[in-house]
Structure formats: structure tokens, C-alpha cells
Design a protein around this ligand. Structure first.
Ligand SMILES: Nc1nc2c(ncn2[C@@H]2O[C@H](COP(=O)(O)OP(=O)(O)OP(=O)(O)O)[C@@H](O)[C@H]2O)c(=O)[nH]1
Ligand SMILES: [Mg+2]
Length: 293
């Protein structure tokens, strides 16, 4: 058997379950998952290797109309994902009827490469509705193969995986066979902290936050980490810290637990909060935080 390899890029509206699916494919919690839109801000690779193939999955930010520079960078990640894909996964969820950007939608319907349209969250729906939705999407995206799945309950994910292996082009591997992702350790620290902020703070707060891990020092028995939580305004700093520091403490404890699981080692995590005015709209700063390709 000839060796196969390729990029399988997952795109779709915010919150449809793209990250849940990538984690299910890879079998690791690489991408953070929350019920809030715009949880994912980067393009994150999850690589599945065996002797005969290498599948490079890309999780991407949900498609939106950008309102500030950070969101423009997020949509640049999506654009890039269109460009190097060997197979496109267009993920939709039960209940939605259109993509939030028509130009991206046209790229999908005019795609020369295979498109798998995955109708996700069918665990929340009835068989009648699912059958009707399959027809709807098949008509709307005639060039796609439609599959129904539940990324959360791992329903039909293995079948889609097998189809991907069939469709993969013949190619040597792009990455070393023991590599799982393209992101460094600090990235996963930042994301674990940001996930807790998405979970515990309301409204604009999570969207005004960026994490910068200044120190990641691995000892034999422990990893010592110091991270800065950046916010855009002084008032947001107070909210993040909370009464007697309780809110920030909770973020630290929960993130530490996740990171201990992720790295398989004891973690010491120190968190600081800093105001960094308008970082979301500042191209230079965004570049420093990894929002470029
Ligand atoms: N019921 C149900 N919920 C799901 C399923 N897949 C994902 N979810 C939930 O949907 C929410 C969003 O999941 P994510 O994987 O973060 O979605 P995403 O598309 O990556 O979202 P963004 O990164 O914000 O674009 C989370 O609360 C998931 O638990 C599913 O198959 N069934
Ligand atoms: Mg996501």
C-alpha cells in the first residue's frame, strides 16, 4: 500500500462542534470547547499518524463577519485553511440554514476537492427532522457527501474517519510521525486558562482577554508556569480578579487541574492580570500573540 497524507480542514459557523470533532478524531483534548461562540481563535493542527497514513486535521475559528482586527486575523486562518486543504469538512448543526459568510460558502460549493458535509448534534434531534435536514443540505451543497454525526457522543465519527482515509491522496508524511500538533506547550497553557475564562465570565469579558505565558519551566517532577491574563480595561481587571481574588483563584485551580492531565505532570501555576489597552485592534500586538500565519 502506498503511503497517504493530507490536510483535512474543518470549517463552519461558530459553536457547531468543530473543536469537539477534531478532539474526537485525534483522541486528545487539543482544542478547548465551550458553549460560547468564538471559543477557537487559532488554526490548530491535530495529527493522526500510523504506518500507512498521516492525517493532518485543522480546527479553525467559526466563520463570522469581522468587527475588529483580532477577528480579521481569525478569518485569515479560515482563508488559509481553504487554500491548503486536501479534503474539506464543512460542519453544520441541526437548526442552522446558512453560513455566516457567502464568499466562504461559494468556495465550498465550487470546491474542486472532496467536501464532507457533517450534520452535527443529531443527538438533540428526531429522526424526521434529521431526514429533512439531510435533503436540505444535499440540495444546498450538491458537491458534498453528507454525513450525520454526533461529535459529542462519538456517533458515526469512525465512519467519517474511514471515508477520509479512502479520500486521502498518496503522499509522503508532512510532519514527523510522532508529532501530534503544530502548537508549542505554552499555547495549550494559554488555551486552558482562556477556557476557564470563557466558562466563568459573562458578556464581553472573555472576548477582551488574551493570555501570555511568560514562563514555562519544566523540572523533573513539576512544571512551573507563570501566565499573564490581559484585559483591555481597568474595570475588566477588577472583574477577572473578583471579590478577595476568589474568581481568579478558581480560574487558576481549574486550569491547573486540566494542565496536569494534559502534560501528565504536577503543575505550579501563577496568574497575573494586566491591562493592555485595545490589544484586540493592534496588529503588532496580535502578531506577538500568534495571530498570523
Ligand atoms: N448535543 C451536542 N452538543 C455538541 C455536539 N458537538 C459539540 N457540542 C457542543 O457544542 C458546543 C460548541 O462546541 P465546540 O466544539 O466548541 O464548537 P466549535 O465549532 O469549535 O465552536 P467555535 O470554536 O466557537 O467556533 C459545546 O458546548 C459542545 O459540547 C454534539 O454532537 N451534540
Ligand atoms: Mg472551536
Amino acid at each position: 500500500m502506498k503511503h497517504k497524507a493530507g490536510f483535512v480542514n474543518i470549517i463552519g459557523n461558530p459553536n457547531v462542534g468543530k473543536s469537539t470533532l477534531m478532539n474526537a478524531f485525534v483522541g486528545e483534548r487539543l482544542s478547548i470547547i465551550t458553549s460560547k461562540a468564538q471559543t477557537t481563535r487559532h488554526r490548530i493542527l491535530g495529527i493522526v499518524n500510523n504506518e500507512n497514513f498521516q492525517i493532518i486535521f485543522s480546527d479553525t475559528p467559526g466563520i463570522i463577519k469581522p468587527a475588529y482586527e483580532l477577528q480579521t486575523s481569525m478569518m485569515d486562518f479560515v482563508k488559509n485553511a481553504f487554500e491548503d486543504a486536501d479534503i474539506l469538512i464543512y460542519m453544520v448543526e441541526i437548526g442552522e440554514t446558512s453560513l455566516k459568510d457567502e464568499a466562504f460558502f461559494n468556495k465550498i460549493t465550487n470546491s474542486k476537492i472532496p467536501v464532507l458535509l457533517l450534520l452535527n448534534k443529531i443527538d438533540k434531534s428526531s429522526q424526521d427532522v434529521v431526514e429533512e435536514k439531510i435533503k436540505f443540505w444535499q440540495q444546498k451543497v450538491p458537491n458534498a457527501e453528507v454525513y450525520v454525526i454526533s461529535a459529542l457522543e462519538n456517533f458515526n465519527v469512525a465512519n467519517v474517519f474511514n471515508r477520509i482515509v479512502e479520500l486521502l491522496p498518496e503522499s509522503p508524511a508532512f510532519y514527523p510521525k510522532d508529532q501530534l500538533t503544530d502548537k508549542p506547550e505554552r499555547f495549550f497553557v494559554n488555551e486552558a486558562i482562556r477556557e476557564k475564562i470563557l466558562l466563568h465570565y459573562k458578556k464581553e469579558i472573555p472576548y477582551a482577554v488574551e493570555i501570555d505565558t511568560e514562563e514555562f519551566f519544566e523540572d523533573e517532577n513539576i512544571i512551573r508556569i507563570r501566565s499573564i491574563i490581559m484585559v483591555e480595561r481597568e474595570t475588566q481587571k477588577g472583574i477577572i480578579i473578583g471579590h478577595k481574588g476568589e474568581a481568579l483563584k478558581r480560574v487558576g485551580i481549574e486550569a491547573r487541574k486540566d494542565l496536569e492531565k494534559f502534560f501528565g505532570k504536577k503543575i505550579h501555576l501563577e496568574l497575573y492580570v494586566k491591562v493592555n489597552k485595545n490589544w484586540r485592534s493592534d496588529k503588532k500586538q496580535l502578531r506577538r500573540f500568534g495571530y498570523n500565519d
